[in-house]
Ligand binder design. Structure first.
Ligand SMILES: *[C@@H]1O[C@H](CO)[C@@H](O)[C@H](O)[C@H]1NC(C)=O
Ligand SMILES: *[C@@H]1O[C@H](CO)[C@@H](O)[C@H](O)[C@H]1NC(C)=O
Ligand SMILES: *[C@@H]1O[C@H](CO)[C@@H](O)[C@H](O)[C@H]1NC(C)=O
Ligand SMILES: *[C@@H]1O[C@H](CO)[C@@H](O)[C@H](O)[C@H]1NC(C)=O
Ligand SMILES: *[C@@H]1O[C@H](CO)[C@@H](O)[C@H](O)[C@H]1NC(C)=O
Ligand SMILES: *[C@@H]1O[C@H](CO)[C@@H](O)[C@H](O)[C@H]1NC(C)=O
Ligand SMILES: *[C@@H]1O[C@H](CO)[C@@H](O)[C@H](O)[C@H]1NC(C)=O
Ligand SMILES: *[C@@H]1O[C@H](CO)[C@@H](O)[C@H](O)[C@H]1NC(C)=O
Ligand SMILES: *[C@@H]1O[C@H](CO)[C@@H](O)[C@H](O)[C@H]1NC(C)=O
Length: 589
């Protein structure tokens, strides 16, 4: 190290200071603290004005992807900021709703934040939230067989014949929560053709006849619903899709089984646990696991055609819920703010459990994870979003969480012929307006709060913090420490700088120590980069963005050269900044 170090230090004299060129590689996560002064941001005001115009026009001209002439929808953009919990809302009632809903005899005639829609699979988030609120995730690596005895008996058969039998003792609770268990998608209820079409029709289109005594022919499903015994008898006839932890494979049965497991842990019905742990504590008065009152609902057709009354029975935890956008937003805020779960558990929950075959997507518990590149902010700035969509009958839904911004979308849709992707089409309208605006607003607030010169004249130490529209994080410039050019030395030490583009930028870590008087210490991480290294976008193994590997690679007396602490007064004003390794706080001037 010392030879390398002294060799590097020799380079310093020869190096010229250049203009920043290549993109920075920020750490995963927010590059600024989330914006809070939404009203004061011109970028957000412009985004919201654009959304108002865009959605208004679509609702009238029946634009593609939404079919607003016969589709009603409610959407909200919510935030974790208590002063501004709602950033944007939009409610569209299809002009044909009254006619479709029996001329106003069924359900509400105008949709608003409290209108009840069906959710379909968005229910799965409520189910996992209920589990986490009740029991945490300590059991998530335990086999499901420990809590569901019917499956324990079956697991042995998979040892001899893994093609035909599910290895239930290898499927963990976390595997079911993250769609990594691999059992059959549904039993009897959804997708089982014999529950929907008669035998002669099926034989007519090429399927073989099934003997009515064939045990694989479900005797229950939609009509009548299977009870627990029938469900397991049927489920154990089904081949696995995959061995556990092979590939994400969507399964509704997993959530029914999880609810049985939770019932065995709590000794209470799943419904009462959901009520006690989630719906009541959050005051979700327009959310129902089953049989919601039609008077609160939007029902664009007969109750039967819309599937308003259709119940999934024991499969309710996979997709039966009814809720309003106001309640979905309240749920999303509670997740992002960790009002029920400990913050470390929330952070663990809002991470992918597996990759998928799509490079910018992954699978969580059971989030769909979408990785969004923010080109405007910087070529390598990635915003991860955690989504859950659903569809049932005449309804479609989507909740999107953006932890980097403390912001989310709630989207609920009702209509007889909803184009399949309407929920994501609406998110595709919101996201491209809002994400860049949220990033800009956060950057402008960071500039206002932290930007400026920090100095300790008694030690001849100073630096300037600035932001730039095309750069992530807070840039450090002109850093002198104790009379020394620390701007160059630090990049030499931390990044082996030898070129012409040294870069130092600070990113929030989320670590804060708040004192009783409200003053606080706020920790930021610096990324030291030599931007004059060749980009390697097409290399098979080499990377040009591996920031996480080199954190804290230089310490001086244990303290990191890349750890910076802001001191913030009880008045909220930033007082000083200290690089931990240098032990030399500089006051904001
Ligand atoms: C921001 O504007 C909204 C809508 O005009 C208002 O409801 C809210 O109170 C304002 N928030 C702040 C913090 O001024
Ligand atoms: C909204 O923004 C998009 C993308 O920048 C732009 O194409 C569109 O014209 C804008 N619409 C309105 C009504 O401002
Ligand atoms: C709504 O618009 C679509 C496409 O433009 C059309 O096919 C459909 O018939 C319209 N529905 C009603 C109820 O007018
Ligand atoms: C609604 O009213 C119209 C006009 O009065 C009538 O033709 C139609 O049959 C009614 N529809 C229903 C579902 O009651
Ligand atoms: C099967 O269903 C078809 C289509 O609904 C119907 O025409 C036919 O009569 C049914 N056959 C029997 C045997 O029920
Ligand atoms: C159906 O299965 C039963 C019992 O195995 C058998 O007795 C019967 O002959 C079968 N019926 C047909 C039509 O194959
Ligand atoms: C489930 O239904 C079957 C009839 O299909 C019945 O024999 C059994 O007792 C039921 N089990 C439970 C737990 O209700
Ligand atoms: C500054 O450097 C001098 C030696 O040149 C040293 O005595 C002093 O302790 C240093 N102060 C700080 C704050 O690093
Ligand atoms: C502080 O250090 C810088 C960089 O070494 C030097 O140019 C400057 O003259 C010093 N200022 C004082 C007041 O010593």
């Amino acid at each position: 190290m010392s030879t390398k170090l002294s060799a590097l230090l020799c380079v310093v004299a020869a190096a010229a200071t250049g203009v920043l060129a290549a993109p920075n590689c920020p750490p995963l996560g927010p590059v600024f603290e989330p914006a809070r002064n939404f009203n004061g941001s011109a970028a957000i005001r412009a985004a919201l004005a654009n959304l108002t115009e865009t959605l208004g026009a679509r609702d009238v001209d029946n634009g593609p992807g939404v079919r607003a002439n016969e589709t009603s929808y409610s959407l909200e953009v919510f935030t974790t900021d208590e002063a501004n919990p709602l950033l944007f809302s939009w409610h569209h009632t299809a002009p044909t709703l009254a006619k479709m809903s029996g001329n106003g005899t069924v359900g509400v005639q105008r949709t608003d934040a409290n209108t009840v829609y069906r959710l379909g699979s968005l229910t799965k988030i409520h189910t996992i939230f209920t589990w986490l609120a009740e029991d945490g995730d300590a059991k998530w690596n335990e086999p499901i067989t420990k809590y569901v005895p019917e499956l324990a008996a079956a697991a042995k058969k998979a040892k001899d014949d893994p093609v035909a039998n599910v290895a239930w003792d290898e499927i963990t609770i976390g595997a079911l929560a993250s769609q990594m268990g691999g059992p059959i998608r549904d039993y009897g209820v959804l997708g089982e053709v014999t529950q929907q079409l008669n035998q002669s029709t099926m034989v007519g289109i090429g399927f073989p006849p099934l003997n009515s005594s064939d045990p694989t022919l479900p005797k229950c499903g939609i009509h009548p619903l299977c009870n627990r015994t029938e469900f397991f008898n049927g489920l154990l006839q089904a081949y696995p899709q995959y061995a556990p932890f092979t590939t994400p494979a969507y399964t509704n049965t997993g959530f029914q089984i999880l609810a049985y497991a939770l019932e065995s842990i709590t000794g209470k019905s799943f419904e009462s646990t959901m009520n006690d742990r989630v719906l009541k504590p959050l005051g979700l008065k327009h959310t129902y696991l089953s049989n919601a009152p039609a008077s609160e609902g939007i029902i664009p057709g007969s109750r039967e055609d819309a599937s308003w009354d259709f119940q999934l029975g024991d499969e309710d935890p996979a997709g039966n819920l009814y809720s309003s956008v106001g309640d979905i937003s309240a749920l999303g805020r509670a997740i992002l703010r960790s009002t029920i779960l400990p913050p470390s558990l929330t952070r663990r929950w809002l991470k992918p459990a597996a990759l998928s075959s799509e490079p910018n997507a992954g699978v969580g518990y059971p989030w769909g994870v979408r990785r969004i590149r923010l080109a405007e902010a910087n070529g390598k700035r990635m915003v991860d979003s955690f989504n859950k969509a659903g569809r049932i009958g005449y309804y479609s839904s989507l909740m999107t969480l953006l932890p980097d911004y403390g912001v989310g979308f709630s989207i609920l849709i009702a209509g007889p012929n909803i184009p399949g992707n309407t929920n994501f089409n609406l998110a595709d309208i919101l996201g491209p307006q809002l994400l860049p605006a949220l990033e800009t607003a956060a950057r402008e607030e960071a500039q206002a709060r932290y930007g400026g010169v920090y100095a300790n004249p008694s030690t001849n130490s100073s630096l300037r913090l600035t932001t730039q529209p095309d750069r992530p994080g807070l840039g450090i410039e002109n850093w002198i420490s104790n009379g020394t050019d620390m701007q160059t030395i630090s990049v030499v030490l931390a990044a082996g700088y030898q070129g012409v583009d040294p870069s130092i930028r600070l990113y929030p870590t989320g670590l804060e120590t708040v004192r009783p008087d409200g003053s606080k210490r706020v920790a930021y991480k610096a990324v030291y980069e030599d931007l004059n290294v060749p980009a390697k976008p097409d290399s098979m193994f080499s990377t040009d963005c591996g920031t996480w590997v080199s954190f804290t690679s230089v310490t001086y007396g244990t303290h990191a050269l890349d750890q910076f602490i802001f001191e913030v007064g009880k008045d909220g004003q930033v007082k000083s900044l200290e690089c931990l390794a240098l032990r030399n706080p500089m006051s904001k001037t």
